[in-house]
Design a protein around this ligand. Structure first.
Ligand SMILES: Cc1ncc(C[n+]2csc(CCOP(=O)(O)OP(=O)(O)O)c2C)c(N)n1
Ligand code: SF4
Ligand SMILES: [Mg+2]
Length: 347
């Protein structure tokens, strides 16, 4: 049976596919794990944006978070790599086939500990990939030890207190040159969905750090990555509204309170300021805001930084438009005559 043919009466998206086609296998993660909520939003974002799942590659490392690509986009390509090695596998995949839409899912341990060396180079190269960190401040899969994003003073269930300075992956990504950096909370459906949809219109690295509580090992009093703490300390920088290029809606907005960002594919992102004047294109201010909110024990959410026109890695390398993976052998190996011609031209 062809599962891509919609059943009569079912709601379909702009490419005629049903929502169920964007689902994956049944989750094996703990009930209530933040990672499950993120998978749901990824399903909704890809459905609503009308992305063909067959043109997507899902990538991950190792961890509970890295298992989650099995639970969305069941008909997409996928590669569950080694711990901390998703960035190099993802870079190879988009270089080999630039037509693929790449989404990587990692954990705070997978990214911030064993994978930090790979992470920094992905960010500085602006590789076209949506990179999601499902951030619970611990190694969920190996029973809840502190990870490098755990805050100073956060407590394990056993009473052990973390006294090491955390790595802020968003501040690091901005510093390194990522061109779309956002932070959200798995419990904020609306904000996370808008950010994910916007990331699908971005060309270049879109880093999205999502606070995603681990209900089994890090959701108690004293933890700064619990649901209760996140709800009380989430400080949205503004309201994120996204209008995709295929929706012909003109939005009235006041430039004094709203920043409008034109995305690469013609979509529009409207960022309505809330607490203070926040310009997401101002790099220094973005880093300062992240540090200032962290000092108060809060975490700023929303689009922290965006640079829509920055050339991505493929443009910088001048990669041909056709996917390298399907170039015919004559184009890849031009032969002796062409080599001789080049040598002659250098004489
Ligand atoms: C090379 C290697 N070292 C260590 C491990 C053990 N290990 C598995 S998952 C993990 C950390 C997972 O933490 P995180 O990335 O935060 O994912 P979470 O489970 O919290 O979602 C570790 C240390 C491993 N699988 N491979
Ligand atoms: S152990 Fe924690 S991170 Fe892993 S599935 Fe359970 S709740 Fe999620
Ligand atoms: Mg983790």
């Amino acid at each position: 049976m062809d599962t891509t043919i919609p059943a009569p009466g079912k709601k379909t998206n702009r490419i005629g596919l049903e929502h169920t086609l964007y689902r994956g296998g049944k989750t094996t993660l703990c009930a209530g794990c933040g990672h499950n909520a993120i998978s749901e939003r990824i399903i909704d974002a890809f459905f609503e944006m009308g992305v063909d799942p067959k043109e997507v590659i899902k990538l991950s490392g190792i961890g509970c978070s890295s298992k989650s690509p099995a639970y969305f986009l069941g008909t997409s390509h996928g590669f569950n790599s080694v711990h901390g090695r998703m960035p190099s596998v993802g870079t190879g995949a988009v270089l080999a086939n630039r037509k693929l839409i790449a989404i990587g899912v990692s954990g705070d341990g997978d990214t911030g500990a064993i994978g930090i060396g790979q992470f920094v180079h992905l960010m500085r190269r602006n590789v076209p990939i949506i990179y999601i960190i499902e951030d619970n401040g611990c190694y969920g899969l190996t029973k809840g030890q502190f990870s490098p994003t755990a805050d100073v003073g956060s407590k394990l269930k056993t009473g052990v207190v973390n006294d090491l300075t955390p790595i802020d992956t968003c501040a690091l990504a901005i510093e390194l040159g990522a061109s779309f950096v956002a932070r959200s909370f798995s419990g904020d459906k609306k904000q996370l969905l808008s950010i994910l949809k916007a990331s699908l219109s971005h060309s270049g690295t879109a880093l999205i750090d999502v606070l995603s509580p681990c209900v089994t090992f890090n959701d108690h009093e004293g933890s700064t990555k619990s649901y209760a703490y996140a709800k009380d300390h989430d400080e949205p920088l503004g309201e994120v509204s996204f209008v995709p290029f295929f929706e012909d809606i003109s939005v009235e907005y006041d430039p004094g309170t709203t920043t409008a960002v034109q995305m690469h594919d013609g979509s529009k992102l409207y960022l309505k300021k809330m607490a203070e004047d926040y310009d997401p294109t101002d790099k220094l201010n973005a880093v300062r805001t992240i540090h200032e909110t962290a000092r108060r024990g809060e975490f700023a959410t929303g689009i922290l930084y965006i640079e829509p026109d920055k050339p991505d890695f493929l443009e910088l390398l001048n990669v041909v438009d056709e996917p390298l993976a399907t170039l015919p052998v004559e184009r890849v190996r031009p032969g002796r005559e062409v080599l001789a011609e080049i040598m002659d031209s250098l004489r």
